[in-house]
Design a protein around this ligand. Structure first.
Ligand SMILES: *Cc1c(COP(=O)(O)O)cnc(C)c1O
Length: 431
């Protein structure tokens, strides 16, 4: 049997080990050091670049004036969300507007602070935060609570840019800071500019399955050096500059290790190749699936959007018949889908009140049997039991997409032949 094809596997350049060795040789085996500093510089150069769209070809080409954002490396993307919220002044009892269609790390840190996430549904084009619902929610929260929400968190789901032009216009009008969750969108652009650089803060993640990895890690894009220093201070236990430990605020142990940063430096030497490969895989899926009725790839909805296609996603028409769909959900799933780490709670029921359609589940199972990891879209946060009491402004879009969507493998290890094999397996299982 062929090797299993995973959604997105980490892929090393080979340089990572040189930087790690250097860290050991110079005894910088601590959560700071030359690799951390150099990785931050690499990231700044990467996100500050801007390219212009050539109006004739519609392609991104000419470099225009770069931005001057500062980047602070942290132990996780989740930590970056947490510290950005603190820097925006979020405290217990506050509300934060966050995209519902996301991974839990966008919203969990809001609850760490004793604040309340207010979930905003998506629009159909990008699948991300709906600007109209966002404005409606802002007005309604002010009316209901007498207070303005403290921050807005749009999310680049699967790498796809959100409508940041409209979101920023609304956020600026109401003077609410935007924290962009670009954890899945490293290298994605909106109008030639990196996600994470439009709002007050931008979150990056280098977890094992992201566009680039440091094994585990993240970073926060900050507006200037002063704000970056504040984040760094919070990330290193908020120490005051005395010869002894003096604390005047609560801090966190969130700094990135110099070993992890070494991996990150190695990854930065291949990031452009990785992104190009993800885009190539997306194009190939589109090409090979274009005549397959009932299956639609999710692509860039307009020329401003330039997704990194971290994961390639498809929607499956509810009327499409898939082999074995009558058997879908008959069995309780005891392990994690795709063997994801850390899922230690076995599911207690085979079904929940909000889940992908039977034909989607049947296709996932068929791909799994063919040794291909596929996965449902992220279940919207407003449908998660843990958030059942959180306010939500919904329009049915994320719930509808969750019912019909499937993530397909996209990482650097996915070859053209793999994509053909995946598409053939899909075709063989359609009735
Ligand atoms: C991965 C991810 C994060 C958090 O990153 P970690 O590095 O895993 O803590 C945040 N938001 C989204 C949308 C993510 O996918």
């Amino acid at each position: 049997m062929r090797d299993r094809i995973y959604l997105c596997l980490a892929h090393m350049s080979g340089k990572e080990q040189d930087y790690i060795k250097e860290a050991f040789d110079t005894n910088w085996v601590v959560p700071m050091g030359p690799n951390v500093n150099a990785f931050e510089k690499d990231l700044e150069n990467f996100v500050n670049k801007r390219v212009e769209v050539n109006p004739e070809t519609g392609k991104l080409e000419e470099e225009i004036t770069p931005l001057d954002k500062k980047v602070v490396c942290l132990s996780a993307g989740t930590a970056a969300v947490h510290l950005a919220l603190i820097a925006c002044g979020v405290k217990a009892g506050d509300e934060v507007l966050v995209q519902s269609f996301t991974f839990c790390a966008s919203s969990h840190p809001i609850t760490y602070l004793g604040a309340t996430p207010v979930f905003i549904d998506s629009e159909r084009e990008s699948w991300n935060m709906d600007p109209d619902l966002l404005e409606l929610a802002i007005k309604d929260r002010i009316e209901k609570t007498g207070k303005k929400p403290k921050a807005i968190i749009p999310v680049a789901l699967y790498g796809m840019p959100y409508k940041i032009d409209r979101i920023m216009e609304i956020a600026n009008r109401y003077e609410i800071p935007v924290i962009e969750d670009g954890a899945e969108g490293f290298g994605s652009l909106f109008n030639g500019q990196s996600l994470g650089t439009f709002g007050e803060y931008g979150v990056l993640s280098f977890n094992g399955n992201k566009m680039i990895t440091t094994s585990g890690g993240g970073a926060l894009i900050c507006p200037d050096a002063e704000k970056a220093r504040e984040i760094l201070w919070y990330a290193t236990q908020a120490r005051e500059s005395y010869p002894y430990y003096q604390h005047e605020a609560i801090g966190y142990n969130y700094r990135m290790s110099n070993i992890c940063a070494g991996i990150g430096r190695g990854q930065m030497t291949v990031v452009d190749e990785h992104i190009a490969h993800h885009k190539h895989v997306q194009e190939l899926y589109c090409e090979l699936l274009k005549d397959v009725k009932g299956i639609t790839m999710h692509g860039n909805p307009g020329p401003e959007f330039d997704s990194n296609f971290w994961l390639c996603t498809a929607t499956i028409d509810p009327n499409l018949k898939v082999k074995g769909q009558e058997e879908a959900y008959k069995q309780v799933v005891t392990g994690a889908v795709g063997g994801a780490a850390g899922v230690t709670h076995a599911a207690s029921t085979a079904v929940t009140d909000c889940q992908p359609n039977a034909n989607v589940e049947a296709l996932r199972v068929a791909l799994d049997k063919a040794n291909v990891e596929a996965r449902p879209l992220w279940k919207p946060m407003h449908k998660q039991p843990v958030y059942k009491d959180a306010p939500a402004y919904t329009n049915g879009v994320s719930e509808g997409l969750f019912a019909v969507g499937l993530c397909l493998p996209a990482g650097p290890y996915v070859s053209d032949e793999d994509v053909k094999y995946i598409v053939d397996t899909i075709k063989e299982n359609i009735l």
